[in-house]
Design a binder for this molecule. Structure first.
Ligand code: ZN
Length: 203
């Protein structure tokens, strides 16, 4: 590809990889590539080592699907936490956000998304089967549905409440102090803490 006449195959290869990242278009990818090109070798290598290290060491917890560097994440292996209280969230980042409130003492279940028919994401694409299996194991006394208060998040919560209803477990949804359309990670600690405390029973 000599069309531009000012890049090289190696440069183009990096741009192509960067442009695959979410939210990064071709132009941003080129800007980042030029930035890396100007960086000292050691700094640029630190980036490749960080990616390498993360891919080798960060897994998903086999129980809750949160990020973990071992089979069970630190929260699932913490016996001081209520292992029978499960907060269902969309992304690992939601757990990090909720942990900052310091007032949740249960465990999590990360769906890795929300049901979104328009984007071809159905229940089968999410960690829903694993959640039902976990609840049916019998040691769970409450499931808090903490999906985002968006169209997809609410739809997912409704679907889950119908599925979980059959198991007889207590089901609650985070309180409605959260503005509709917002993402958990954008909310303040105080709003989140109120939402947890004021959760409403669904089933
Ligand atoms: Zn876990």
């Amino acid at each position: 590809m000599m069309a531009m006449g000012k890049t090289t195959p190696a440069f183009d290869r990096l741009v192509e990889q960067l442009a695959k990242l979410p939210g990064i278009g071709k132009r941003s990818a080129e800007r980042i590539a030029f930035y890396i090109l100007k960086q000292p070798v050691e700094d640029a290598m630190e980036l490749t080592r960080a990616i390498d290290d993360m891919k080798k060491n960060v897994l998903h917890c086999t129980q809750c699907f949160n990020l973990s560097e071992s089979d069970l994440c630190p929260i699932c292996s913490d016996h001081a936490r209520d292992q029978g209280l499960i907060m269902v969230i969309e992304q690992p980042s939601d757990a990090m956000t909720l942990e900052t409130t310091g007032m949740y003492r249960g465990v999590y279940h990360v769906l890795m998304g929300a049901i979104a028919p328009l984007d071809d994401v159905g229940p089968g694409e999410l960690n829903i089967h694993a959640l039902l299996t976990r609840v049916k194991s019998g040691s769970v006394h409450e499931v808090i549905l903490a999906t985002n208060p968006t169209l997809e998040g609410d739809g997912t919560a409704l679907y889950l409440s119908q599925e979980l209803d059959k198991t007889g477990v207590k089901i609650s949804r985070l309180a409605r102090g959260m503005p509709t359309g917002s993402q958990l990670e954008m909310l303040s600690k105080a709003v989140l803490a109120d939402a947890i405390e004021g959760r409403q029973q669904m089933g």
